[in-house]
Structure formats: C-alpha cells, structure tokens
Design a protein around this ligand. Structure first.
Ligand code: ADP
Ligand code: MG
Length: 280
C-alpha cells in the first residue's frame, strides 16, 4: 500500500463570498503499516485533507497517487478506492441507520457486491474485531451506548477490509472507558498490519499511539515527525493554538530543576519509568 498526496490545494466555494482556501500546497505520504496522526486546531484543514485520501474531494491543484496510480485520472476506479481507503467520519453514530447493528455493518460489504450471507459473515467478523458484544447484533443501533455505536461505525468500514483506515476524531465525546477501548482497538488493528490515519484533539492519545504526527495550521502541514520530535517543539505548537501532553511539561520542569529525565519520553508510562530509573 502507498498513498501519496503531492502538493494539493483545495478551496471551498471558489469565486463566491464564502471562498475558503482549506488546503494550501499540502504534501504527505502515508506509510504502510503506520499510525499517522494529524493534529491542528479547528479549521486548520484536517477533515478536508482526510476527504482527499479516498477521492471524496478532488484537489484544485496537485495530485494523489494510490499504489502509484493517479487517482485523478478519468479512467481511475474511484469507487474501488472508497473501499480501499475507509473513512470513519467525526461522530459517525449520526450516520447509523435505524435498523439492526448487523444490517448496518453489512451495508458496506453488500454495496461492494457480496451476497447477503457473505456480507453478514464479514459484518460479524468486523463486529468481533471491534469488540461489539454479540447480544446486540440484532438490536437497533439506537439502543447502543456511545462507545458501542462508535465501534459499530468503525466495524462498518472494517467490514470492507480497507488497506487504510481513516478516523476523524474517533474517541471524541466518549467517556474514559469508551475512549480506552477505541485506542486499544486502533493499536490492535495496527498490530494486525492495518495502516491508520487518525485526526485527534487529544495530545495524550496522539502521543500514546502514533508512529508519526503531521501538524496542520491554516491549510498547511507545518511539521511532521515522530511524537518525541513534535512534542519537543512546545513553543511552536503553542504558537498555533496547540499544546503538548501535560506530562511533557512535567518532564520539562524536572529537567529545569536539574533532574536528568529523558526528554524523548512522551507518555505518562514512559516518563514514570524514566523517573523511577533514576532511583534504581
Ligand atoms: P478541521 O477539520 O481541521 O477543523 P476543516 O477541514 O473542517 O478543518 O475546515 C478547513 C476550513 O474549510 C475551515 O475554514 C472551514 O470553515 C472550511 N470548510 C470546511 N468544510 C467546508 C464546507 N463544506 N463548505 C465551506 N467551507 C468549509
Ligand atoms: Mg474536522
């Protein structure tokens, strides 16, 4: 799998009073098997960028290569791209239908042309992977908890077996337990070889699960790197309305106080292990 966005720009409502340049010369490569997180404050262009990854939006300028093929060419099969790059939108529970959970999840595979039986099997497998309890398969989506709804929505995309799973704020609005389940699920999916692109507002979540982070500001990608690299640039992040995980501020203070902690640590577990090591 390879997905390359090459110098893409996108403007909403061009030539009107509502014209907004949402993407401005963005280049980004999604690497096979990674968890790539995209951060940036509201309106920086994250969701617009995600919608270019499966051809839902087409850039005004630049090109997009999926496995080397230019997806903007007329003869490119965009329909199949929608199955290969699966997007779970922000608050996907709003898209769940008023029918049973299993039918809802089987919708994607049915759309791909699988018969009812096969679609049902794929839906069950996806629901199992996302940890939705079997007792609720035949219930209405509306009877699910917030966390279950979110996992059912992810199952709906996973059932199509995409190469890349794109998640826009997958843990937003969930309680801590629901959030924990989503993060663990994302890590499990990556371990089984899935490539993940995720947008998140939580710096803690991003620090914990990302292999790489891209930072957006005003329609541009202004930083790209490993979590330790990105969260080492606190002043720049603050300058664009973001911050680093709380624990990074703590390890900074410790360092300033002369305690030699490892500043590459970005999660509570890593920093705690580091501090304890000093006293061994
Ligand atoms: P983010 O996901 O980082 O919050 P978006 O990609 O949603 O950012 O938005 C980027 C910019 O494009 C913002 O200025 C937003 O107001 C504008 N925008 C987003 N969606 C639309 C739309 N459907 N029509 C017009 N403008 C939009
Ligand atoms: Mg958004």
């Amino acid at each position: 799998m390879s997905l390359i966005l090459n110098h893409i720009s996108y403007t909403y409502n061009p030539g009107t009073a509502f014209e907004t340049k949402a993407l401005n010369d963005v280049s980004l490569t999604v690497k096979d098997g990674e968890i790539l997180s995209i951060i940036g404050k509201t309106g920086s262009g994250k969701s617009t960028l995600l919608q270019h990854m499966n051809g839902l939006l087409s850039p005004d300028e630049g090109d997009i290569l999926y496995n080397g093929a230019d997806i903007l060419q007329k003869d490119f099969d965009k329909r199949s791209l929608r199955f290969k790059v699966g997007i779970v939108f922000q608050y996907p529970e709003h898209q769940l239908f008023d029918e049973t959970v299993i039918k809802d999840v089987a919708f994607g595979p049915r759309n791909m042309g699988y018969d009812d039986t096969k679609a049902r099997i794929l839906a069950m497998e996806a629901l199992e992977k996302t940890g939705v309890e079997e007792e609720v398969y035949e219930e209405s989506c509306f009877n699910l908890s917030g966390g279950q709804k979110r996992r059912a929505a992810i199952a709906g995309v996973l059932a199509m077996n995409p190469d890349i799973l794109v998640l826009d704020e997958p843990a937003a609005g969930l309680d801590p337990a629901g959030k924990r389940q989503i993060l663990d699920l994302i890590k499990e999916l990556r371990e089984s070889g899935r490539t993940i692109v995720m947008v998140s507002h939580s710096m803690e979540d991003v620090a914990e699960i990302s292999d790489r982070i891209a930072v957006m500001d005003k329609g541009r990608i202004i930083m790209e790197g490993a979590p330790s690299e990105i969260f080492g640039r606190i002043e720049e992040l603050e300058g664009i309305g973001l911050s680093a995980p709380e624990v990074i501020y703590i390890s900074r203070r410790l360092k300033e106080a002369g305690i030699p902690v490892n500043t590459a640590a970005v999660t509570v577990e890593e920093v705690a292990a580091d501090i304890l090591n000093l006293y061994r």
